[in-house]
Write a protein that binds this ligand. Structure first.
Ligand SMILES: *Cc1c(COP(=O)(O)O)cnc(C)c1O
Length: 389
């Protein structure tokens, strides 16, 4: 009641992995020294390993949007025809970036809570053979939906276009076979499943996308992929790097390699499944029931209630910061995150807190029913696995 620990439970920034936080204190490190080069090279190599790709990996001092912006300005030219799948606030961001650089964007729109299906992408590619790029979110964080990037990637790979995937909350929450599925650009950010603070953006870039880089005529300066690759090969970054975050990332990557990327993904999937079971038990509805993501579960507020009340109660009663909806979804949904450094104790607490909050708002709640549903998912997954060993 009186002691309230602050808990950051949003889908970015996410809870910090403590050793990674401590690693930031070693940041009195000059970036043009062998010590830094060694740390940077190894962080890039570990990142490549956890992403499971043979493609080049580039890193920037920027939030995730920086790498999205750079992907457009480095790979395209004014007037290029592109297809953008837009199913939420982040899809709209791809549209805005593409249009601000003068690309000719055809938008495949899905209602919030819905997804763009791969057959729509195939049809749009067939209708416009000159298409140079297809953009999508692996996981649309604003609605809690996920796209079938495997099927889309295979479709785009058969054409002359490149496939650009904002996987900022997809990495670490869903399987992504970057090389096998034809994901030419995959964008990530530090403050999501990587369990460290905001400030680093990275991406993987395929050989096919490098050809686009040579042909591009859009202006860019800070985000210069060819220059960044040349410098990365020397263990350096083009500009002053975010050294503290790179040291932090190195520590987080050690952790992710230790538990295994597939298990980090499985962790998020189980938490998401348990959350869906719990909210269903409490009589709440998912905002994206058709293709729910494992990064974040978006839940509709009960009829007649503003979701801001739930968000505020979490903060005031329990010191916990959970996410409201963005844009027009604000007030209609709240979002429970699963990506990165989240575990079942976090989730049990969130569901128990949610039950108390709903009760305080006058809703009939059978205390423990949501928690029990989450416990059942844990028990089924964990105890079965333990019995098998
Ligand atoms: C967080 C996020 C971003 C990046 O936002 P920044 O504020 O620039 O870090 C982009 N796309 C998705 C899907 C995200 O969740």
């Amino acid at each position: 009641m009186y002691v309230k620990k602050q808990r950051l439970l949003t889908p970015g920034p996410t809870p910090l992995y403590p050793p990674a936080l401590h690693a930031m204190m070693g940041s009195d490190l000059h970036h043009r020294t062998e010590d830094f080069r060694t740390a940077y090279r190894s962080a890039l190599a570990d990142l490549k390993e956890v992403l499971g790709t043979s493609h080049d990996v580039l890193m920037f001092a920027a939030s995730g949007t920086g790498a999205m912006d750079g992907s457009v300005s480095n790979l395209f030219s004014r007037g290029d025809k592109v297809i953008v799948c837009s199913a939420g606030k982040f899809g709209e961001r791809w549209v805005e970036i593409a249009r601000s650089y003068g690309l000719d964007a055809t938008v495949l729109k899905a209602e919030y809570g819905d997804v763009v299906t791969p057959d729509r992408v195939e049809a749009a590619l067939a209708a416009e053979p000159a298409t140079r790029g297809v953009f999508v979110q692996a996981s649309e964080t604003s609605t809690g939906a996920q796209h079938d990037v495997e099927a889309m990637g295979r479709a785009v790979a058969r054409t002359g276009a490149i496939f650009l995937v904002d996987a900022i909350t997809g990495i670490g929450t869903m399987p992504l076979d970057i090389d096998g599925w034809g994901l030419d650009i995959v964008v990530g950010g530090s403050q999501k499943a990587f369990m460290i603070p905001p400030g680093l953006a990275f991406l993987t870039i395929s050989p096919k996308a490098w050809k686009f880089a040579s042909a591009s005529s859009l202006p860019h300066y800070y985000f210069d992929f060819a220059k960044e690759k040349k410098n990365a090969e020397k263990g350096e970054s083009s500009w002053t790097p975010a050294t503290s975050l790179i040291l932090s990332l190195a520590e987080a990557l050690r952790y992710i390699r230790r538990i295994g990327m597939a298990n980090l993904v499985e962790n998020a999937r189980l938490l998401a499944r348990a959350t869906r079971a719990a909210v269903a038990e409490l009589g709440l509805e998912l905002f994206s029931p058709g293709s729910p993501s494992s990064s974040v579960t978006a839940v509709k507020a009960p009829a007649g209630m503003d979701s801001g009340v739930i968000v505020k109660q979490f903060r005031d009663r329990f010191g916990a910061i959970i996410a409201n909806g963005q844009g027009s979804m604000k007030g209609r949904i709240f979002r429970i995150a699963h990506l990165g450094y989240f575990d079942f104790v976090d989730l049990f607490a969130v569901i128990a807190g949610l039950e108390l909050i709903l009760h305080a708002q006058g809703l009939p709640v059978d205390f423990g029913s949501g928690v029990r549903a989450a416990q059942n998912v844990y028990a089924e997954a964990a105890f079965a696995r333990e019995a098998a060993v």
